[in-house]
Design a protein around this ligand. Structure first.
Ligand code: SF4
Length: 462
């Protein structure tokens, strides 16, 4: 995946342990791949909410043990952020905390709302002042303005007014809440650690604290956890599901369970299907690490070809500044070819997706320089032709290479011997849920929720 297509957010919540802050930071470590720009934790001890946020990775923001020592509480929520809405400054780091009449409320949000402009305009007209530029703050405003008495009713009230993608964890001083939009765009699951309840974006965050996966939070479900245990409510009847298929292709970790199934198994099936649709006369299969590793395994098994490690990824690059003109250096900083593996070989390179194609073009040059005699690129999803409005930072339509060029032209642009994409039908056939349960809008422009006309048009026309 091109590096300019970033991940979005990871969320975590826990109720019923005095170690809530520490366990939340561990959960956030496991979800680091979902957002690297900022992170934060909010705890509740029955009387007070405390919050700490900062820019950077979890290990940087919580480097001082004194921070967690000053955050007691039997419940906590956490957030890793990549800015899909709002700019990437500290003001937008979550969890956000707001005063809501007699209580405080903290929120962590994954996803993008699609009716923010309309809501924001009408709230500003009636005097609302926004502290941040994020759509997550809108939800807090709606909750604060609800005339309902109970917090659960206020949250339901607010969520019935928003449209789009949201997986949420919220907390007051003494309650934890979790909710997922009726389409279920983003994953959210429930786990247990002894008597404590855990809610998180991906099950890998349960594994890191040795919690047990129980089930997914259902699309349209609102869960409340307090001293009396767990209660569940349905916000509304789900008309159709729209699980983001990109979670299986690229975003989620292969060791996670999302949308009720293993990412690893699904990704292998994508690789197998790719080999069926695009077999190759070649010597070896390599992946663009790490996100394509599992699909490469599936491809190599199905094609009966040897899987080799032909590219080494440097995991310690960090935030080095390299000007856009030095893109080649940026790619070299991150990847290095293994010459002994590639020299004299006909190589199949498995990549999960192509957005602009810039990184892949540089990689192809590196693989060629390392001595590969043929390069065959295989992509484990269909061409990306449209932007995402539900929480993924895809480019505008014009920046997507598959929107401007045919597959043959992309092959020429990359300078490879052949190029094959997985078909939409093939992808949906091997995905675990029924085909009509997924969002596939970035591949076929069939958006499950209409987007605000001006914003949508702007993105599609830019
Ligand atoms: S448009 Fe693409 S990336 Fe966005 S939610 Fe749908 S499938 Fe996922």
């Amino acid at each position: 995946m091109d590096p300019h297509v970033k991940h979005y957010c990871g969320i975590f919540g826990i109720y019923g342990t005095p170690e809530s802050a520490t366990l939340t930071t561990l959960g956030l470590h496991a979800l680091q791949h979902r957002g690297e720009e900022s992170c934060g934790v909010a705890t509740g001890d029955g009387k007070k909410i405390r919050v700490h946020t900062g820019m950077g990775h979890v290990s940087d923001v919580f480097i001082d043990p004194a921070i967690l020592e000053q955050m007691p509480g039997h419940l906590a929520i956490g957030h890793n952020r990549y800015s899909t809405t709002g700019s990437d400054n500290i003001k937008n780091a979550q969890p956000f905390v707001a005063e809501c009449r007699d209580t405080h409320l903290a929120i962590s949000h994954n996803g993008n709302l699609t009716n923010t402009r309309e809501l924001r305009t009408s709230m500003q007209a009636s005097g609302a002042i926004f502290q941040t530029t994020t759509d997550s703050e809108l939800i807090l405003h709606l909750i604060a303005r609800s005339s309902q008495e109970e917090m659960v009713d206020r949250i339901s009230d607010a969520l019935r007014q928003v449209q789009g993608a949201y997986s949420l964890v919220l907390c007051t001083e003494d309650k934890l809440f979790a909710a997922r939009d009726p389409y279920g765009f983003r994953p959210l699951c429930l786990g247990q650690l002894g008597d404590a309840w855990v809610v998180t974006s991906e099950s890998c965050a349960l594994d890191i604290i040795a919690a047990r996966y129980i089930r997914d939070i259902e699309p349209g479900e609102l869960v409340v956890i307090n001293a009396n245990g767990l209660r569940t409510y349905m916000l509304c009847e789900s008309q159709r599901h729209a699980f983001c298929i990109f979670e299986y292709i690229y975003f989620s970790r292969p060791d996670s369970i999302i949308f009720g199934d293993n990412v690893d198994k699904t990704r292998r099936r994508l690789g197998r299907q790719l080999a069926i649709e695009h077999p190759t006369n070649a010597d070896i299969v390599i992946s663009v690490p790490d996100s394509s590793n599992t699909a490469a395994l599936g491809y190599a098994n199905e094609a009966n070809l040897k899987l080799e490690i032909g590219l080494i990824r440097n995991h310690y690059v960090g935030r080095t500044f390299i000007s856009p003109r030095q893109r080649d250096a940026k790619v070299r900083l991150k990847y290095n070819p293994v010459r002994g593996v590639l020299k004299g070989k006909r190589v199949v390179v498995i990549e999960d997706s192509i957005v602009r194609g810039t990184t892949l073009r540089h990689l192809v040059r590196m693989i060629r320089e390392a001595g590969a005699t043929q390069i065959h690129i295989r992509i484990s999803c269909p061409p990306i032709v449209a932007p995402c409005f539900y929480g993924i930072d895809f480019q505008t339509e014009n920046e997507l290479i598959a929107n401007k060029k045919t597959v043959e032209k992309i092959r020429e642009h990359l300078g490879v011997d052949s190029l094959g994409y997985l078909s939409l039908e093939g992808m949906l056939r091997v995905a675990p849920n029924a085909a009509n349960q997924y969002c596939t809008a970035c591949f076929n422009k069939e958006y499950p929720i209409q987007i605000e006309t001006e914003v949508g048009k702007l993105m599609l026309e830019k």
